[in-house]
Design a protein around this ligand. Structure first.
Ligand SMILES: [Zn+2]
Ligand SMILES: [Zn+2]
Length: 616
């Protein structure tokens, strides 16, 4: 068995694997140079999951079909077992050596003034400019695989030439390489974009816009159940739900401070031009005007909801007796994510947050924090999440100038958070110096089946935002004082949460969440139709999500289709079922089927849905 935990693999951080993978990038370059003599090389760094090299092949474009030939040549170079030799030369020598390679010249010219000695690495007929370090000989790169090729602009600038980026990975044993490739397969199988396609969860369309997913009936069903689920839970925990607009004035975001710190991640502002407006402006001019003037007639799509909720709290005066006030919203938000960062519904430019802002007194921080954690744990219990830990981000006591200046508030708040975590016996670690300027924070990091930890839930204390909105309440002594705000998210973004669930369950959602719970399949639609139809009608009356598949297709074909769509239960109706008034069910992914009377069946399903039983 491989020693490496593929789930936690970070080649960049692992000294040995880092050196091996970087050396393998040179091996790749050497092989490419043999096969494509015109090739020029930009950089070949190590990344978390291997290495890549950016290559200029002139007019030649390579595809994944070309990778096996390159691998073969790499194997040859590896077998040659050339020593990898470091050579140190002066800047002048380097400029001469690489005089016909504009990329190397660029690198050399942009080197630090202090870097007087430039190093090169030579292996046989191939030499490359590099800081190193490297392994000793080419034979050490034996267990590698080229994974994919994509375009990459030189220096990441779309105005520059498009280079070809070849990705690969290298390990110390065949066993490790095999384990990794298997892990990649598994990740591909679990990719929510693939499952989302199979199950008709969502689609994306360039015509609608990049990063703007469309939720299809199946996906929206899951989304709506989650929405209702968390809303009901919050109501039981004393939250008050509101509904506020998807946009707000720039002035609102100037007040909150987001405009200064967050505007690069927002869609460009909108300025409403009236028919007889002579002063029409370009986006650039609008932006300039925003910097100079009050901007309550310029609008932005909101990236977060805190400002709207601050305004709601501030609409009238409050007494300390009313606190805490917990304002919640399932809110649409918009962020201008880079096109390359957009990923299905996991990371999109439009998404929905399960958001809330709690307004409380400093004395209530502890009990509110505990209340939110209770809500999180109840929720995780319903979804069966067990592998998670908490990160408590605190201020750095050695440098308090970086934080909102109120020592007493910080000390009390941090002590309260710690004591709640200790009381609840939660697995947590402290991240000193990681707190935001305006308050300490807790993230719940959930470990997924593949990939890195996900911060699903967060609780963020905020001493500053209520001040920026001049929010107050009247305390016991009749004085107007500032409340503390707690931002919190339980499911986080509903969209990302669905992506997470799909990847965790491979689409086998528990019955209460499954978009298609049942398919009823009459063996012979001519004979068994009526019984099946009657059963489906009864199920629909109970609110089950059921489809009747009475197409004149082979039984096996219809069953397979139900499996691909991840329908939780297939119900097959044949002669026996009709004669005995029974149903024969088979769960997705299971071999055995089970025959039940209709009464037994309905009772079992009702119980499974009400109890939110985990997938079987
Ligand atoms: Zn190197
Ligand atoms: Zn907030």
């Amino acid at each position: 068995m491989s020693e490496i935990k593929m789930n936690e693999l970070n080649i960049k951080e692992d000294e040995r694997l880092n050196m091996l993978n970087h050396s393998c990038a040179h091996l790749l370059a050497q092989a490419v140079k043999h096969l494509y003599p015109q090739a020029k090389f930009w950089v070949g760094p190590v990344i978390t999951d291997g290495f890549y090299y950016d290559i200029d092949l002139g007019d030649t474009v390579i595809t994944e079909a070309d990778l096996p030939a390159i691998e073969k040549e790499m194997k040859k170079c590896s077998k040659d077992n050339k020593r990898i030799v470091r050579e140190e030369i002066s800047k002048q020598q380097a400029l001469e050596m690489f005089h016909d390679d504009p990329y190397k010249i660029d690198l050399i010219n942009n080197m630090d003034e202090n870097e007087v000695v430039i190093s090169c690495y030579r292996q046989g007929d191939f030499v490359d400019l590099c800081r190193g370090p490297h392994v000793e000989n080419t034979k050490q790169m034996k267990y590698f695989k080229l994974l994919k090729v994509s375009g990459a602009y030189w220096k990441g600038d779309a105005n520059n030439k498009m280079l070809q980026r070849v990705y690969g990975v290298c390990f110390e044993s065949q066993e490790d390489l095999d384990a990794y490739l298997q892990y990649l397969e598994e990740a591909k199988e679990r990719d929510h974009r693939k499952i989302g396609r199979d199950m008709d969860i969502f689609m994306v369309s360039d015509l609608v816009g990049k990063g703007l997913p469309l939720w299809l009936p199946n996906g929206y069903t899951v989304w709506r159940i989650l929405n209702n689920y968390i809303t009901e839970k919050e109501i039981a925990h004393g939250y008050l739900h509101v509904h506020t607009p998807d946009l707000g004035s720039v002035e609102l975001y100037k007040t909150s401070g987001h405009w200064d710190h967050y505007k690069d991640d927002m869609f460009s502002p909108m300025y409403n031009i009236s028919e007889n407006d002579e002063n029409t402006m370009t986006v650039r001019q609008v932006k300039d005007r925003i910097d100079r003037e009050r901007s309550d007639d310029v609008y932005v799509l909101r990236p977060m909801n805190c400002p709207h909720h601050m305004v709601i709290f501030g609409r009238r005066s409050h007494s300390y007796r009313e606190l805490p006030i917990r304002i919640a919203e399932i809110a649409n938000d918009f962020r201008f994510e880079a096109q390359g960062a957009v990923k299905g519904i996991e990371r999109a430019r439009s998404f929905t947050q399960n958001d809330s802002h709690i307004f409380c007194t400093p004395e209530q921080i502890e009990s509110e924090f505990k209340g939110v954690l209770d809500l999180i744990m109840e929720t995780y219990d319903d979804f069966g999440f067990k592998d998670f830990k908490c990160r408590l981000s605190l201020r750095d006591p050695a440098d308090t100038t970086k934080y909102f200046p109120d020592d007493e508030m910080w000390n009390n708040a941090e002590a309260s958070l710690r004591s709640v975590l200790d009381d609840l016996k939660l697995d947590y670690f402290e991240a000193v110096g990681e707190a935001a300027f305006y308050g300490p924070k807790l993230d719940v990091l959930v470990k997924p089946a593949v990939g890195n930890e996900v911060a699903l839930s967060t609780i963020q204390l905020d001493f500053l935002l209520p001040r920026r909105f001049e929010l107050t309440y009247v305390n016991e002594n009749g004085e107007k004082v500032t409340p503390v705000v707690i931002h919190r998210a339980i499911l986080g973004s509903l969209d990302r949460f669905v992506a997470f669930l799909l990847e965790e369950t491979k689409g086998d959602l528990p019955l209460w969440l499954a978009p298609q719970q049942f398919t009823v399949i009459p063996v012979n639609p001519n004979i068994h139709y009526e019984y099946a139809r009657d059963l489906v009608d009864k199920m629909m009356k109970k609110g089950y999500r059921v489809k009747l598949d009475d197409r004149n297709e082979k039984l096996g074909y219809r069953i397979r289709e139900a499996q691909v769509k991840k329908v939780t239960m297939q119900i097959v109706i044949g002669d026996h079922e009709v004669a005995d008034n029974t149903v024969t069910i088979r769960r997705h992914g299971q071999k055995e089927s089970l025959t039940l009377s209709q009464e037994e069946f309905f009772a079992a399903v009702d119980r499974e849905i009400t109890d939110k039983e985990l997938a079987k």
